[in-house]
Design a protein around this ligand. Structure first.
Ligand code: TRP
Length: 339
């Protein structure tokens, strides 16, 4: 085996997934997807557009199909290189559905009932509290365990689900013998959470009532700058990072991520200047930063044949790995070998 291959083997495995719900926000980008590309050299990365998770809430089929392709093009535009990483669409690999069943028989009703996201989502969609919404974390555990991922980049809102995946992995291993790697969370150091520009006490979200609060990574520069100009701040009129200055803190951390400047450098840069100047500077920096992503996205989404080639190869590569895990899991639980 060549030296390069040996190194490949020794690299830790990263798995992460993102739902195809329309275009990503600046929050999705800074908190998650922008980091994915950077991890590709140090880890064996597997990234998935999790369309199977998306149908736990009602979706228009044509829209879902469109959004899934768009999300796939977007992760490539954000720097995921399909030659370095495995990038695939979840429903293309049947092993996810199969693993979901196996693992659901090692998951307790009680532990799923404690999931805060289930409670939140069932309150939001009282007319469609389907079983998939309830067992969503089992499907997610399967995503991770199929590839024996060591690390899972997740935001704080997914930590409880990851904890459940760890418990299920350990329980299965104890019951049937070692099979799964117990995954750890990978929390990026900077910019883990981007807040709404309209209400900086809340997370930036697509469902924000005030659309000025949410930046989409495909927004045109003038739209981005306009939204930043309207950002809610405070009455102190001094650009400094401090408790209680949620709006300014949020703008500073966004500016810091896109320019690489520290808070002290930002404070010095805007000394004696008003919030108006600062907001425009942040807007322009974000627009500049996202420009290449938007351009690459436009190029990719117009090239359906290339996208298809990438996601097909991605699914095949994913399946080669997960086929081994699912075969071992079937054997361990006592299913009869067909061969
Ligand atoms: N549940 C995650 C979210 O909504 C998406 C997801 C699905 C995921 N499967 C995963 C994330 C596996 C990490 C690992 O954000």
């Amino acid at each position: 085996m060549s030296e390069q291959n040996t190194q490949q083997e020794q690299k830790k495995i990263i798995f992460s997934g993102i739902q195809p719900t329309g275009t990503f926000t600046l929050g999705n980008y800074i908190g998650a997807v922008s980091h994915w590309g950077k991890l590709q050299d140090d880890y064996n990365c597997i990234y998935s557009i999790v369309d199977m998770h998306a149908i736990t809430v009602r979706q228009d089929p044509a829209e879902l199909r469109k959004h899934t392709l768009e999300a796939y093009a977007l992760i490539l535009a954000c720097g995921i290189d399909p030659k370095k990483s495995i990038a695939f669409i979840q429903s293309h690999n049947r092993h996810h559905a199969e693993m979901n069943w196996i693992l659901s028989c090692s998951t307790q009703f009680g532990e799923l009932s404690r999931m805060t996201q289930f409670k939140d989502k069932s309150q939001k969609h009282p007319d469609d509290i389907n079983a998939g919404l309830f067992t969503y974390p089992v499907l997610m555990a399967g995503d991770i365990l199929l590839y024996k991922a060591d690390l899972v980049p997740v935001g704080v809102d997914q930590k409880q689900h990851l904890e459940l995946a760890r418990n299920v992995a350990q329980r299965f291993n104890q019951r049937y013998g070692e099979l799964f790697t117990v995954p750890d969370a990978y929390i990026p150091k900077v910019g883990a959470k981007v807040m709404s520009l309209a209400d900086p006490t809340k997370k930036m979200s697509k469902s924000d009532e005030n659309q000025n609060g949410c930046i989409y990574i495909l927004d045109e520069p003038d739209v981005i700058i306009r939204k930043f100009k309207k950002a809610v701040t405070d009455s102190e009129a001094c650009v400094r990072y401090a408790e209680g200055k949620d709006g300014i803190n949020n703008l500073m951390s966004i500016y810091s991520v896109v320019t690489g400047k520290t808070n002290e450098e930002i404070e010095r840069e805007f000394e004696g200047k008003g919030y108006g100047d600062f907001k425009i500077a942040v807007g322009e920096a974000v627009a500049d930063h996202l420009k290449p992503v938007r351009e690459e996205y436009k190029r990719l989404i117009a090239d359906k044949a290339y996208l298809k080639e990438c996601y097909t190869a991605g699914a095949e590569a994913a399946m080669r790995i997960s086929a081994k895990t699912i075969a071992k899991a079937y054997r361990k639980v006592g299913f009869v070998d067909m061969k």
